[in-house]
Design a protein around this ligand. Sequence first.
Ligand code: NAG
Ligand code: NAG
Ligand code: NAG
Ligand code: NAG
Ligand code: NAG
Ligand code: NAG
Length: 630
Amino acid sequence: MTLTFLLRVGAIVLALLGNSLGAPRSFSVDYKNDCFRKDGEEFRYISGSIHYNRIPRVYWKDRLLKMYMAGLNTIQTYIPWNFHEPSPNQYNFNGDRDVQHFLQLAQDIGLLVILRPGPYICAEWDMGGLPAWLLKKRSIVLRSSDPDYIAAVDKWMGKLLPMMKPLLYQNGGPIISVQVENEYGSYFACDYNYMSHLSKLFQGHLGDEAVLFTTDGAGLSYLKCGSIQGLYATVDFGPGSNISAAFNAQRHAEPHGPLVNSEFYAGWLDHWGSRHATVSTAIVAKALNEILALGANVNLYMFIGGTNLVPMAQAGDLTEKYFAIREVIKRYRKIPEGPIPPSTPKYAYGVVKMAKVQTVLSALEKLSFSGPVKSIYPLSFIEINQVFGFVLYSTKLPVNCSTPTPLSSPLNGVHDRAYVSVDGVPMGILERSKVLTINITGSSGSRVDLLVENMGRLNYGGGINDFKGLVSNLTLGEDVLSGWTMYSLNIDEAVSQGLIQKTQAPGSSHPASSPAGLSLPTFYSGSFRIPDGIPDLPQDTYVQFPGWRKGQVWINGFNLGRYWPVRGPQVTLFVPANVLSTAAPNNVTLLELEGSPCTTGPCVVEFTETPILNTTVSTGPCPRLFLRGG
Ligand SMILES: *[C@@H]1O[C@H](CO)[C@@H](O)[C@H](O)[C@H]1NC(C)=O
Ligand SMILES: *[C@@H]1O[C@H](CO)[C@@H](O)[C@H](O)[C@H]1NC(C)=O
Ligand SMILES: *[C@@H]1O[C@H](CO)[C@@H](O)[C@H](O)[C@H]1NC(C)=O
Ligand SMILES: *[C@@H]1O[C@H](CO)[C@@H](O)[C@H](O)[C@H]1NC(C)=O
Ligand SMILES: *[C@@H]1O[C@H](CO)[C@@H](O)[C@H](O)[C@H]1NC(C)=O
Ligand SMILES: *[C@@H]1O[C@H](CO)[C@@H](O)[C@H](O)[C@H]1NC(C)=O
């Protein structure tokens, strides 16, 4: 094959130069011996997935070291485009986004890297890593030869890949191989021109020596559109699969070369309202053993996930699965000696009193930096330049609704959840695919407000053009509502600037009683000090929300995430020590969207030592979407 030939030529040139520079570095696919070849030696990787974008930078080294000590010789990571180019031509590679530093740390620790730069990555990440601003062209066909999509991809890869080139193995760095696209064979477009364009683009930036590959589900139907000549085809499958059948599928696309499972599912993701997913340690260990016994290369997906427990927990804790996997790996390669860094200590800071601050409606001016936008019919988030979070949609009742009148989204266009009030009285919640109609009452001219929440864009499948906000018209009875005023809210900014403060605004001090048992979306705050006299504080902790229903939590202005204990299964959020301060009181801000416990019971959040991830309270009325792993 051309690739191997070129690699050999490259290796000879390097060998000639190599005498004074030390051993030449090369990495290639050996089609003759069905293996990878590194520096001329047969090589097999045992890898684990870790996403730097899900871990605070201060913990990168700890997690990588634990992966190394588990016996892995390689890690695999994606690069989410939308994490680094949040708006067109605005690049961010600093702090938690410093991917070059992350890769350098991996190399310093002794790990090789399999890089998966997309452009589409799936990854259980917003829009599969694609930036939402691509949707400014309404009709764009993502992951295809659509010229607007290609132009954006070319520009992004023109920025990213030259940064990665010096980090390729043959250039002295840790990156042994680079994946092009991701599970493209599962996507409806099946556009060979697109894959062929990407293949040339990657080769152009990284050089002919770079080992480029694709990953697809282990079935011929996936490999049909996902694999393309010139890119080494690999497969992904979990411990429940028939391993020989899965590798037979890869052999169909690649009759020769190393066997590779690019995503071996050591755990699984959770959805709100579904049972907590678990994958038994015994089954993972057994299947891993079988894969390694075949001489195959494998990447455990994930090794450390986000919230979900895989071999390593979110807080970097060593689990039973971690040690079981280490025991399996030990049978196949010499694993490093020396102590494994311990799980980080946790501290229970205890109960923190919360107090009501103000409602979203009373804080509108402070939350909407750009001021309102008016339109006859509703505009989507992206049309008013909002990417994440919340937009407030407001209009007036055109008629008297003295009896309950249906407010509907007949085309299922509330993306994803709308907290509805009339003249400051909560009326109910519309929810995408679940609740398309509620009844409201009010008189002609009353103000109707819908606080619309983006709950994350679909990351997989034909629906990734996932517009947010009110993406189709609402009806009141038979009439289409019109005359909208929309407030784009930058709550992160307002919280971190300390703008959310108690006001004397009318209506904000006494909760209006609601027919639905709901309260208006409202901010609460509280603070706590790190105790004196205890060594090594602050330490990591978990925050829990007794009696709260659904909302968002910030600590010292850092947006920690979403809580939804009434739906589950996740009840606690991980609080890494680096967001806490010993110098000043730590400020906790909640935006509670449905109703607080504060009128009926203790108005507190609690910091505890242990996570709770497996309490499914409500499954909701809708069948869950099936998402593929990677
Ligand atoms: C697994 O797949 C192989 C090859 O396709 C087949 O021969 C075998 O019967 C399968 N095993 C099971 C348990 O289904
Ligand atoms: C709406 O109802 C109020 C009384 O509740 C009445 O005064 C008003 O005329 C009605 N308006 C319309 C448009 O029917
Ligand atoms: C709305 O109110 C009508 C009349 O009271 C009732 O029949 C209907 O079930 C209600 N719809 C919803 C969605 O609550
Ligand atoms: C709302 O309805 C109007 C009139 O039928 C239509 O022109 C407009 O495109 C619709 N807007 C949305 C967001 O569906
Ligand atoms: C918490 O808020 C108070 C009052 O605004 C401020 O003085 C303090 O510095 C904040 N704490 C931290 C850790 O930022
Ligand atoms: C949840 O997880 C804990 C800790 O692993 C376990 O003790 C408990 O039995 C689990 N509960 C459910 C409902 O699965």
